[in-house]
Design a protein around this ligand. Structure first.
Ligand code: ADP
Length: 234
């Protein structure tokens, strides 16, 4: 596939009171379309931070960092490049468009609204952006078919098993047909059986998309990923 995302010399510092935490240091990595990549590493290693930066949910540290007078970030050469375009040129609207049209997010705890129907959960992703009810419904049903839940559309999401909940969340992530799927510990809350089901499903999505998942589950990563990126201590 073609290179879609490129991270160059990415650093992330968090400030906690008067303590600094270097969550990412000098990350250089490239992602291509059609790849299923697992970012694997221990808890606290910086995986979520990296995924959030890739998805435009958070920014990398932009200022040059100096330690004992020496620049750590290499004279402002840090960049996140999307489709060959530096995001240094992105304004707020470009970021909004990227987050809402290009990227589908899947989370460990599903982030569904429990008291509305499965169909409404998926439709919301479209109607919130101004899409008509009719067209949103058609697309949501199609997405729910793809995850094998078209017989559950009227159920409230609290009535579903955890594996089914994650499949609804996956339908919501793909309903706008994004070409990048980002998943943060998507199987972390699941039993072993639905874990496999969800991984198989996510793997299928990677056929014509870039899929990046974050996990600390080594077995799953080695079983499913085309490529593993190991991240330890930033
Ligand atoms: P992982 O996803 O691999 O568990 P994280 O990216 O969540 O790692 O965290 C990396 C490091 O950054 C950890 O030391 C964590 O405590 C710290 N961290 C993450 N988010 C914040 C935050 N918002 N403020 C301060 N420190 C944070």
């Amino acid at each position: 596939g073609e290179t879609m995302l490129e991270l160059r010399k990415i650093h992330k510092m968090y400030k906690n009171g008067n303590m600094y935490i270097m969550a990412l240091r000098d990350i250089n990595v490239t992602f291509k379309s059609g790849e299923f990549v697992c970012i694997l590493g221990p808890s606290g290693g910086g995986k979520t931070t990296l995924l959030n930066i890739i998805g435009g949910l958070d920014y990398y540290t932009q200022n040059d960092l100096f330690v004992s007078g020496e620049s750590l970030t290499g004279y402002r050469r840090s960049d996140l490049i999307i489709d060959g375009k530096s995001t240094k040129l992105f304004n707020d609207q470009d970021w909004d468009l990227y987050r809402s049209e290009r990227v589908g997010f899947i989370f460990q705890n599903f982030n569904l609204l429990p008291n509305i129907s499965v169909l409404d959960n998926v439709m919301l992703a479209l109607t919130l952006g101004g899409e008509s009810i009719e067209s949103a419904k058609e697309k949501a049903i199609q997405a729910l078919k793809e995850v094998g839940l078209d017989n559950f559309i009227e159920k409230k999401s609290y009535q579903l098993s955890t594996g089914q909940k994650q499949r609804v969340a996956i339908a919501r992530a793909i309903v706008k047909n994004p070409d990048i799927i980002l998943a943060d510990e998507p199987t972390g809350a699941l039993d072993p059986e639905s874990r496999i089901e969800v991984m198989e499903l996510i793997k299928r999505l990677a056929k014509d998309r870039l899929v990046i998942i974050v996990t600390h589950n080594q077995d799953l990563a080695y079983q499913y990923a085309d490529r593993i990126v190991k991240l330890e201590d930033g």
